[in-house]
Design a binder for this molecule. Structure first.
Ligand code: T3D
Length: 259
Protein backbone atom coordinates (compact mmCIF):
# COMPACT_ATOMS: atom_id res chain seq x y z
CA UNK A 1 0.00 0.00 0.00
CA UNK A 2 1.25 3.50 -0.85
CA UNK A 3 2.33 5.62 2.11
CA UNK A 4 -0.46 7.88 3.37
CA UNK A 5 1.91 10.88 3.33
CA UNK A 6 4.50 11.40 0.61
CA UNK A 7 7.03 14.16 0.51
CA UNK A 8 10.05 15.35 -1.44
CA UNK A 9 12.44 18.26 -1.36
CA UNK A 10 12.10 20.80 -4.17
CA UNK A 11 15.27 22.79 -3.51
CA UNK A 12 14.78 23.85 0.09
CA UNK A 13 10.97 23.49 -0.01
CA UNK A 14 9.50 20.28 1.38
CA UNK A 15 6.44 19.40 -0.68
CA UNK A 16 4.19 17.22 1.48
CA UNK A 17 1.16 15.46 -0.01
CA UNK A 18 -1.65 13.76 1.87
CA UNK A 19 -1.98 10.55 -0.08
CA UNK A 20 -5.19 8.60 0.48
CA UNK A 21 -7.06 10.11 -2.47
CA UNK A 22 -9.69 7.33 -2.68
CA UNK A 23 -10.75 8.27 0.91
CA UNK A 24 -10.42 12.01 0.23
CA UNK A 25 -7.24 11.89 2.36
CA UNK A 26 -9.23 11.02 5.48
CA UNK A 27 -6.98 10.73 8.50
CA UNK A 28 -5.93 7.59 10.31
CA UNK A 29 -3.76 7.48 13.42
CA UNK A 30 -0.90 6.14 11.34
CA UNK A 31 -1.29 8.98 8.83
CA UNK A 32 -1.34 11.66 11.53
CA UNK A 33 1.83 10.21 13.07
CA UNK A 34 3.49 10.03 9.66
CA UNK A 35 2.49 13.64 8.88
CA UNK A 36 4.06 14.79 12.14
CA UNK A 37 7.20 12.74 11.58
CA UNK A 38 7.44 14.11 8.04
CA UNK A 39 7.54 17.70 9.29
CA UNK A 40 10.49 16.81 11.52
CA UNK A 41 12.26 14.86 8.78
CA UNK A 42 11.78 17.68 6.30
CA UNK A 43 13.39 20.21 8.61
CA UNK A 44 16.21 17.79 9.43
CA UNK A 45 16.78 17.34 5.67
CA UNK A 46 17.27 21.10 5.26
CA UNK A 47 13.79 22.30 4.31
CA UNK A 48 13.42 26.04 4.90
CA UNK A 49 9.69 26.03 4.10
CA UNK A 50 6.99 23.37 3.84
CA UNK A 51 4.13 23.15 1.35
CA UNK A 52 1.23 20.87 2.28
CA UNK A 53 -1.47 19.84 -0.18
CA UNK A 54 -3.79 16.91 -0.87
CA UNK A 55 -3.47 14.29 -3.58
CA UNK A 56 -6.62 13.91 -5.69
CA UNK A 57 -9.79 15.98 -5.45
CA UNK A 58 -9.74 16.86 -1.74
CA UNK A 59 -7.33 18.39 0.72
CA UNK A 60 -8.53 16.22 3.61
CA UNK A 61 -11.96 14.92 4.72
CA UNK A 62 -10.98 14.86 8.41
CA UNK A 63 -10.95 11.76 10.56
CA UNK A 64 -11.44 8.51 8.66
CA UNK A 65 -14.80 7.69 10.16
CA UNK A 66 -14.37 3.97 9.57
CA UNK A 67 -11.12 4.10 11.55
CA UNK A 68 -12.78 6.31 14.20
CA UNK A 69 -15.60 3.80 14.63
CA UNK A 70 -13.10 0.96 14.94
CA UNK A 71 -10.99 2.92 17.42
CA UNK A 72 -14.03 3.75 19.54
CA UNK A 73 -14.73 0.08 19.98
CA UNK A 74 -11.37 -0.18 21.73
CA UNK A 75 -10.82 3.09 23.53
CA UNK A 76 -11.89 6.59 24.32
CA UNK A 77 -11.68 9.20 21.55
CA UNK A 78 -9.82 11.50 23.94
CA UNK A 79 -6.87 9.08 23.67
CA UNK A 80 -7.03 9.34 19.90
CA UNK A 81 -6.91 13.14 20.13
CA UNK A 82 -4.18 13.24 22.75
CA UNK A 83 -2.00 10.62 21.06
CA UNK A 84 -2.40 11.51 17.38
CA UNK A 85 -4.25 14.76 16.63
CA UNK A 86 -2.90 17.07 19.32
CA UNK A 87 0.75 16.17 18.66
CA UNK A 88 0.34 17.20 15.01
CA UNK A 89 -1.30 20.49 15.99
CA UNK A 90 1.60 21.12 18.38
CA UNK A 91 4.15 20.12 15.76
CA UNK A 92 2.71 22.78 13.47
CA UNK A 93 2.89 25.35 16.27
CA UNK A 94 6.50 24.51 17.09
CA UNK A 95 7.87 24.14 13.57
CA UNK A 96 10.95 26.35 13.01
CA UNK A 97 10.08 26.98 9.34
CA UNK A 98 6.98 28.45 7.68
CA UNK A 99 4.21 26.32 6.18
CA UNK A 100 2.12 27.07 3.11
CA UNK A 101 -1.14 25.15 2.72
CA UNK A 102 -2.63 24.65 -0.73
CA UNK A 103 -6.29 23.71 -0.23
CA UNK A 104 -7.17 21.78 -3.37
CA UNK A 105 -10.73 20.68 -2.50
CA UNK A 106 -12.70 19.79 0.63
CA UNK A 107 -10.96 20.61 3.89
CA UNK A 108 -13.37 19.04 6.37
CA UNK A 109 -13.32 18.34 10.09
CA UNK A 110 -9.80 18.04 11.40
CA UNK A 111 -8.72 18.50 7.77
CA UNK A 112 -9.97 22.09 7.99
CA UNK A 113 -8.02 22.61 11.20
CA UNK A 114 -4.77 21.30 9.75
CA UNK A 115 -5.27 23.30 6.56
CA UNK A 116 -5.69 26.50 8.56
CA UNK A 117 -2.71 25.63 10.75
CA UNK A 118 -0.54 26.64 7.80
CA UNK A 119 0.98 30.12 7.94
CA UNK A 120 -0.04 31.14 4.46
CA UNK A 121 -3.16 29.42 3.19
CA UNK A 122 -3.94 29.44 -0.51
CA UNK A 123 -7.31 28.07 -1.57
CA UNK A 124 -8.34 26.79 -4.98
CA UNK A 125 -11.45 28.61 -6.16
CA UNK A 126 -13.53 25.40 -6.04
CA UNK A 127 -12.31 24.37 -2.60
CA UNK A 128 -14.21 24.75 0.64
CA UNK A 129 -13.89 24.50 4.41
CA UNK A 130 -16.37 22.43 6.37
CA UNK A 131 -16.56 22.05 10.15
CA UNK A 132 -18.28 18.72 9.66
CA UNK A 133 -18.03 17.71 13.32
CA UNK A 134 -21.51 18.79 14.45
CA UNK A 135 -23.07 17.00 11.47
CA UNK A 136 -22.07 13.68 13.03
CA UNK A 137 -22.54 14.67 16.67
CA UNK A 138 -18.94 15.60 17.48
CA UNK A 139 -17.28 18.84 18.51
CA UNK A 140 -14.44 20.59 16.62
CA UNK A 141 -10.95 19.39 17.43
CA UNK A 142 -7.33 19.75 16.28
CA UNK A 143 -7.44 23.37 17.40
CA UNK A 144 -10.11 24.35 14.86
CA UNK A 145 -12.01 26.66 17.21
CA UNK A 146 -8.79 28.37 18.31
CA UNK A 147 -7.59 28.93 14.76
CA UNK A 148 -10.92 30.04 13.35
CA UNK A 149 -11.81 32.15 16.38
CA UNK A 150 -8.51 34.01 16.14
CA UNK A 151 -8.76 34.53 12.40
CA UNK A 152 -12.46 35.12 11.81
CA UNK A 153 -13.96 35.96 15.21
CA UNK A 154 -16.75 34.52 17.34
CA UNK A 155 -19.70 35.00 15.00
CA UNK A 156 -18.16 33.23 12.01
CA UNK A 157 -16.71 30.52 14.24
CA UNK A 158 -20.07 29.75 15.84
CA UNK A 159 -21.83 29.77 12.50
CA UNK A 160 -19.35 27.32 11.03
CA UNK A 161 -19.12 25.09 14.11
CA UNK A 162 -22.86 24.91 14.84
CA UNK A 163 -24.32 24.78 11.33
CA UNK A 164 -21.71 22.51 9.74
CA UNK A 165 -22.15 24.07 6.31
CA UNK A 166 -19.58 24.39 3.56
CA UNK A 167 -17.74 27.72 3.45
CA UNK A 168 -16.60 28.50 -0.10
CA UNK A 169 -13.06 29.66 -0.80
CA UNK A 170 -14.31 33.19 -1.57
CA UNK A 171 -16.25 33.30 1.70
CA UNK A 172 -13.22 31.96 3.56
CA UNK A 173 -11.20 34.79 2.02
CA UNK A 174 -13.80 37.36 3.07
CA UNK A 175 -13.79 35.90 6.60
CA UNK A 176 -10.00 36.18 6.84
CA UNK A 177 -9.48 32.43 7.10
CA UNK A 178 -7.39 32.19 3.95
CA UNK A 179 -5.43 34.97 2.35
CA UNK A 180 -5.43 34.00 -1.32
CA UNK A 181 -7.91 32.35 -3.65
CA UNK A 182 -6.64 31.29 -7.06
CA UNK A 183 -7.97 29.38 -10.06
CA UNK A 184 -7.76 25.64 -9.49
CA UNK A 185 -5.17 25.20 -12.24
CA UNK A 186 -2.91 27.82 -10.65
CA UNK A 187 -3.10 26.47 -7.10
CA UNK A 188 0.04 24.38 -6.88
CA UNK A 189 2.34 26.78 -8.71
CA UNK A 190 1.07 29.74 -6.68
CA UNK A 191 1.62 27.88 -3.42
CA UNK A 192 5.02 26.61 -4.53
CA UNK A 193 6.06 30.13 -5.53
CA UNK A 194 5.13 31.39 -2.06
CA UNK A 195 6.93 28.49 -0.38
CA UNK A 196 10.06 29.14 -2.47
CA UNK A 197 9.96 32.80 -1.51
CA UNK A 198 9.65 31.88 2.17
CA UNK A 199 12.47 29.34 1.84
CA UNK A 200 14.76 32.09 0.54
CA UNK A 201 13.95 34.40 3.47
CA UNK A 202 16.00 34.55 6.72
CA UNK A 203 14.86 31.22 8.18
CA UNK A 204 15.72 31.88 11.82
CA UNK A 205 13.63 35.04 11.73
CA UNK A 206 10.80 33.12 10.03
CA UNK A 207 10.69 30.61 12.88
CA UNK A 208 10.82 33.32 15.53
CA UNK A 209 8.07 35.30 13.79
CA UNK A 210 5.81 32.21 13.83
CA UNK A 211 6.25 31.82 17.59
CA UNK A 212 5.91 35.54 18.26
CA UNK A 213 2.62 35.73 16.38
CA UNK A 214 1.25 32.95 18.57
CA UNK A 215 2.26 34.90 21.70
CA UNK A 216 0.74 38.08 20.25
CA UNK A 217 -2.58 36.28 19.79
CA UNK A 218 -2.67 34.62 23.19
CA UNK A 219 -0.53 36.49 25.72
CA UNK A 220 -0.46 39.91 27.30
CA UNK A 221 1.29 42.94 25.82
CA UNK A 222 3.99 42.71 28.52
CA UNK A 223 4.61 39.08 27.69
CA UNK A 224 4.86 39.90 24.00
CA UNK A 225 7.30 42.76 24.57
CA UNK A 226 9.60 40.42 26.51
CA UNK A 227 9.38 37.78 23.77
CA UNK A 228 10.14 40.43 21.14
CA UNK A 229 13.23 41.50 23.04
CA UNK A 230 14.46 37.89 23.32
CA UNK A 231 13.65 37.11 19.70
CA UNK A 232 15.33 40.26 18.41
CA UNK A 233 18.57 39.29 20.14
CA UNK A 234 18.41 35.85 18.54
CA UNK A 235 17.55 37.22 15.10
CA UNK A 236 20.33 39.79 15.33
CA UNK A 237 22.86 37.07 16.09
CA UNK A 238 22.34 35.38 12.69
CA UNK A 239 24.50 35.61 9.59
CA UNK A 240 21.32 36.42 7.70
CA UNK A 241 20.87 39.64 9.70
CA UNK A 242 24.43 40.69 8.83
CA UNK A 243 23.77 39.83 5.20
CA UNK A 244 20.46 41.72 5.20
CA UNK A 245 22.04 44.90 6.50
CA UNK A 246 25.11 44.59 4.24
CA UNK A 247 22.95 44.04 1.18
CA UNK A 248 20.80 47.04 2.05
CA UNK A 249 23.83 49.30 2.47
CA UNK A 250 25.42 47.99 -0.74
CA UNK A 251 22.12 48.43 -2.62
CA UNK A 252 22.01 44.79 -3.76
CA UNK A 253 19.65 41.88 -3.23
CA UNK A 254 20.43 39.85 -0.09
CA UNK A 255 21.35 36.17 -0.26
CA UNK A 256 20.08 34.48 2.89
CA UNK A 257 21.38 31.07 3.90
CA UNK A 258 19.06 30.36 6.80
CA UNK A 259 21.83 30.69 9.38
O1 T3D B 1 -10.11 10.47 16.99
C1 T3D B 1 -10.95 10.57 16.13
O2 T3D B 1 -10.98 9.82 15.14
C2 T3D B 1 -11.97 11.66 16.23
C3 T3D B 1 -11.52 12.81 15.45
C4 T3D B 1 -12.39 13.53 14.76
C5 T3D B 1 -11.94 14.62 13.91
C6 T3D B 1 -12.81 14.82 12.68
O3 T3D B 1 -12.27 15.22 11.69
S1 T3D B 1 -14.47 14.48 12.75
C7 T3D B 1 -15.05 14.91 11.13
C8 T3D B 1 -14.87 13.79 10.17
N1 T3D B 1 -15.15 14.18 8.82
C9 T3D B 1 -16.40 14.28 8.33
O4 T3D B 1 -17.36 14.08 9.01
C10 T3D B 1 -16.52 14.58 6.86
C11 T3D B 1 -17.12 13.36 6.14
N2 T3D B 1 -17.10 13.55 4.72
C12 T3D B 1 -17.95 14.34 4.09
O5 T3D B 1 -18.79 15.01 4.68
C13 T3D B 1 -17.88 14.34 2.59
O6 T3D B 1 -17.18 13.20 2.17
C14 T3D B 1 -17.18 15.59 2.01
C15 T3D B 1 -18.08 16.81 2.24
C16 T3D B 1 -15.81 15.84 2.66
C17 T3D B 1 -16.95 15.40 0.49
O7 T3D B 1 -18.16 15.07 -0.10
P1 T3D B 1 -18.18 14.46 -1.59
O8 T3D B 1 -19.64 14.30 -1.96
O9 T3D B 1 -17.32 15.28 -2.47
O10 T3D B 1 -17.46 13.05 -1.50
P2 T3D B 1 -18.05 11.67 -0.90
O11 T3D B 1 -18.73 10.91 -1.97
O12 T3D B 1 -18.79 11.93 0.35
O13 T3D B 1 -16.67 10.90 -0.49
C18 T3D B 1 -15.90 10.16 -1.45
C19 T3D B 1 -15.46 8.90 -0.76
O14 T3D B 1 -14.62 9.23 0.37
C20 T3D B 1 -16.64 8.11 -0.21
O15 T3D B 1 -16.34 6.75 -0.28
P3 T3D B 1 -16.95 5.80 -1.46
O16 T3D B 1 -18.42 5.98 -1.46
O17 T3D B 1 -16.28 6.31 -2.72
O18 T3D B 1 -16.52 4.41 -1.08
C21 T3D B 1 -16.68 8.54 1.21
O19 T3D B 1 -17.30 7.62 2.08
C22 T3D B 1 -15.20 8.66 1.54
N3 T3D B 1 -14.99 9.57 2.66
C23 T3D B 1 -15.17 10.90 2.67
N4 T3D B 1 -14.92 11.39 3.87
C24 T3D B 1 -14.56 10.35 4.64
C25 T3D B 1 -14.61 9.18 3.88
N5 T3D B 1 -14.31 7.98 4.38
C26 T3D B 1 -13.97 7.93 5.69
N6 T3D B 1 -13.91 9.02 6.48
C27 T3D B 1 -14.19 10.24 6.00
N7 T3D B 1 -14.10 11.33 6.80
Amino acid sequence: EAPSIVWALDGTVAVVRLNRPDRLNALTAEMLDLWRATLGEAVAAGARAVLVTGEGRAFCAGADLAATAAAMAQRDLSDSLRDHYNPLTRAYAELPVPVVTAINGAAAGAGAAFALAGDIVVAARSSYLLLAFANIGLVPDAGATWLIGKAAGRAKLLEMALLGERLSAEDALAAGLVTRVVDDAALFDTALGLARKLAAMPTVAMGLIRKQVAVALTGSLDELLEVEADHQALAASTQDFREGVAAFLQKRAPVFTGH
